[in-house]
Design a protein around this ligand. Structure first.
Ligand code: F3S
Length: 427
């Protein structure tokens, strides 16, 4: 790999041992990927949360968060003191909500270590956005901006909707990027890899958030890690719809970038999306394909009594909280059912101010921040059957937490929370 003078200086330790370890990691990683060089980045989204079991045990054993960061984020058994990050760096989702950790069933010792982790992150200059949707709360990269982000739903949103450039990175590479301002130049950083591969003729008139989940889920499963180009979308989707579409496509497949002709920034025309080349295959998404995706997402669920309704995957926008409050107002959720809604902390502040948190609380539900059930393994005790309006969460809850999960429209999820019964169907 070709290194610039400043990269070589960092590698040689001129900026201290931590940046040298970070540069060493990036060089090893980049060479394994076949990258010829690194690219500058000033936008990193990472996760150094201390509540995961391995890192937690390690941090307790060593008593040092520098040691935990060295081991788990820099792949270094030698403990180095971690300096301030070099570039703008945000924290993604964490393992618990500091305001609701007891309700989430988290031990006090885990909570306390988590809080030490937050202090560590702020000491090294990481912005505690604590969300999987940083683009909702101020980290909105511009078209062409090279970033180093983890979290598949955030990466696909930023690549596809914003036209930023990134790959779905891992914990170690983003940590190294935060200390160096560099990331290997490969994959979706390069023009040629951003061109469409598969054409998807969208024949169904996708409109609702449910539709966009189903479209993303269906297409992701078929194209896996390729770049689909959606053609024929007649109604302009908003942020929430595109958020759900991407998250679903990144779950059923490994899609990191998609284009929608006439809507997303690198697809002003079908020709531009494919760079003048022919698609390797043409698929369609019509009424039948929509039904198949719905059935697949509901394949784990049998029992209709619902214990737990989860909304906010990816974290809800304020518009989605507003919509839910209209459905919940002056109603109360069923005594055997929990409704947890997840949003970034910065948006909860707006929800508090607008009276939405009160509406949610009066209904017997909880507005949570910082975490999510699938990632942190937090859910109401004894949950056997869940319901969600997120294709991504419906994909992961049965696999990760072994619970039956219904997927459906937000309205159907709220009705399940109110009645304790799943009665959703595809209309
Ligand atoms: Fe976010 Fe958790 Fe969903 S990390 S995208 S809410 S699975």
């Amino acid at each position: 790999m070709r290194l610039t003078d400043d990269e070589k200086a960092m590698l040689d330790g001129k900026e201290g041992p931590a940046r040298s370890k970070a540069m060493d990691l990036l060089v090893r990683y980049g060479e394994a990927l076949g990258a010829e060089r690194l690219i500058d980045t000033n936008n990193v989204c990472l996760a150094i949360g201390m509540s995961g079991p391995f890192i937690r045990d390690f941090a307790v054993k060593t008593g040092s968060l520098d040691a935990a960061f060295s081991e788990f984020s820099l792949d270094s058994s030698e403990v180095v003191e971690i300096p301030e990050v070099k570039v703008f760096t945000c924290h993604l989702i964490q393992g618990l909500d500091p305001d609701h950790w007891e309700i989430q069933g988290v031990d006090r010792s885990v909570y306390e270590l988590h809080m030490k982790g937050l202090s560590f992150a702020t000491r090294i200059g990481v912005q505690l956005m604590n969300t999987c949707a940083p683009y909702l709360v101020g980290n909105v990269p511009v078209k062409g901006e090279h970033c180093a982000w983890m979290e598949s739903s955030a990466v696909i949103y930023a690549n596809s909707v914003l036209g930023a450039r990134m790959n779905c990175e891992g914990r170690e590479s983003v940590a190294a990027a935060s200390l160096t301002g560099k990331i290997p130049y490969w994959g979706y950083h390069l023009d040629e890899n951003r061109l469409g591969t598969h054409l998807v003729e969208v024949e169904y008139d996708v409109e609702s958030i449910l539709d966009w989940n189903l479209l993303g889920y269906y297409v992701g499963e078929l194209v896996q890690e390729k770049v689909p180009v959606l053609q024929g979308v007649r109604r302009l989707p908003n942020l929430a719809r595109l958020k759900h579409c991407g998250a679903a496509a990144a779950s059923s497949g490994g899609v990191e970038l998609y284009h929608i002709v006439g809507i997303t920034p690198e697809a002003r025309s079908t020709k531009e999306a494919f760079g003048g080349k022919k698609p390797v295959a043409t698929l369609k998404f019509g009424k039948r394909e929509r039904e198949i995706a719905y059935d697949n997402l509901n394949s784990s669920a049998k029992e209709t009594a619902v214990d737990f309704v989860m909304l906010g995957c990816p974290h809800y926008s304020i518009e989605q909280i507003w919509e839910v409050c209209k459905l919940l107002k002056d109603r109360r959720i069923h005594g055997n059912t929990n409704l947890w809604i997840f949003t970034p902390r910065a948006l909860k502040e707006i929800a508090d101010r607008n009276g939405y948190t009160d509406i949610i609380t009066r209904a017997g539900a909880i507005l949570m921040t910082d975490t999510c059930p699938a990632l942190a393994h937090v859910m109401p005790k004894g949950t056997r059957v869940a319901a969600t309006d997120s294709g991504k969460q419906a994909h992961y809850l049965p696999a990760i937490l072994g619970i039956q999960t219904w997927f459906g429209a937000t309205r159907d999820c709220i009705e399940a929370a109110i009645t304790g019964q799943w009665r959703g169907e595809l209309s």
